[in-house]
Design a binder for this molecule. Sequence first.
Ligand code: 6R9
Length: 656
Amino acid sequence: MSQITIESILQEKRLFQPPAEFSQKAHIKSFDEYEELYNKAKANPQQFWAELAEKELHWFQKWDTVLDWQPPFAKWFVGGKINISYNCLDRHLTTWRKNKAALIWEGEPGDSRTLTYAQLHREVCKFANVLKQLGVKKGDLVGIYMPMIPEAAIAMLACARIGAPHSVVFGGFSAEALRDRLNDAQAKLVVTADGGWRKDAIVPLKDQVDKALADNAVPTVENVLVVKRTGQEVHMEAGRDRWWHDLEKGASADCPAEPMDSEDMLFVLYTSGSTGKPKGVVHTTAGYNLYTHMTTKWIFDLQDTDVYWCTADVGWITGHSYIVYGPLSNGATTLMYEGAPRPSNPGCMWDVIEKYGVNIFYTAPTAIRAFIRMGEDLPKAKNLSSLRLLGTVGEPINPEAWMWYQRVIGGDRCPIVDTWWQTETGGIMITPLPGAIPTKPGSATRPFPGILADVVDLEGNPVGDYNGGYLVVRHPWPGMMRTVYNDPDRFRRTYWEHIPPKDGQYVYFAGDGARRDENGYYWVMGRVDDVINVAGHRLGTMEVESALVSHPAVAEAAVVSKPDEVKGEEIVAFVTLEGTITPSEALNKELKQHVVNEIGAIARPGEIRFTDSLPKTRSGKIMRRLLRSLAAGEEVSGDTSTLEDRSVLDKLREGA
Ligand code: 6R9
């Protein structure tokens, strides 16, 4: 859970006005202007979005119906024809932006590349033709498992260009996790690289793909395309695997963008939920294009000369919406960085800002906390004066980390946008508009125009100011997820029926706890379900438990989190062992590694505690609340009367 408590809200009186100089040049210049937009959108959301869609995007054919809402299924801009790759590339070529830098890339070993809009367009067209040659057709799904190199963005845009939905799997996921996702998505082709650089070492991506596809484990995959990045030896399976550069050489650079229906699927992105396997979050074309376009424009206040840098990985939604689609749709210069702070270069982020004169910097609280630990000297040794706006995303930010970010990185001159949103929402939902909305450290402030947020109890009643409750959204918005891939029932249950609809009014349940203060500012407290947030990465406790239980020595596992200074939360697993197996240090290590093999390094438990039994209710449910207290080293408080066997708790305490 977040470090932000009700006390910190009540005590947090610091308020920072947008600097006048910033506001004068901003797209949205004052609080009044924000309120006007907000009220206009609230009065008639459909008209609000339709006007922007007309003005801001290119359409092959205009829509007939702005919104078709059959709760919980929404369709936006029905009847329209559009292509997001066209909006991100082609339309800029007839303007002065043709030779503007679209993508600046910096590799971890220090190599770099810049692609102008014309060059990026050419690369995307060529790769789209490669896909076509290999038989990829409109509607076929392409898996992308890549390091942070330009080809990742090129592959995404090429898929969008020909109407092949993509499913990007984060390069830090294991072969097993990759296999599950490719299977669920029924991928026809996989795009990968021999490897990628991560903290001075090579991540062997192609080896992982080989493992994932071994023994025909993903029968739908026909081809694997491999980018040569690191140059190490890799196995190439005859008839299946091909080098990107070999095929690209002969490909034509002429590939008109396919006019897509507004509601054609653009991508599936897997994310963790509280139960079962990861969900395939489905986003479609037109609404997602409009929503990421508008949020990027107004929240990052993009100006034509800006260099904009979002430090996320393209394997997450933040990379999709705010490295690739949102910035490029706006004709911005987006920076992509392969590296991360590492012992050989802890100050590398500040080097990149200085080298390229970055103006807008968007990162995560866990990164900011790590920067704080590394000390002020590193950023202070660099020239960061190009920065004019800072952003954060991924988890609640502690007010003191916010203050540090503002002072040390922002030089007390840059507004901070603390942006709350989710894989499911497609784009940012609650956020300051930097020239318009005064900020309070730790608050994501106000809903974006067109977003009707609220805080309610489990029956759906508004809880009023200051009271904790569940964060919900009351009206559909263009960037919202459309369904869970192949599982519309799960979509309905998870997001729309958790809080029962009242008088036919459905509300979107985000899974976060929140409070609203007297200024209408939102304070997001963290997840209210069994989703944990380790270093900004979403993990379901169930996923980690399933991974542990899949080890032959484990009988039962219960996973909770405890607060961690840098990562936000850390995984603590309580494990009971099979039959005669006895706990040992070696087994402890082996189980941690087993979780890494099953899911990836992001899920490595910080701590595994062996126990004889787990605390359960009479109906057999594991009482995680108790385990959470134990893991955090707190006194177990609250009601324990439903515990079946009280001695379990005493034993666990003794073992701690
Ligand atoms: C974009 C992204 C979503 C969950 C979300 C919430 C947490 C994200 C936040 C935040 C407080 C913020 N979260 N941004 N909490 N303040 N500014 O991170 O998507 O990976 O799907 O995670 O992250 O708990 O529900 P995703």
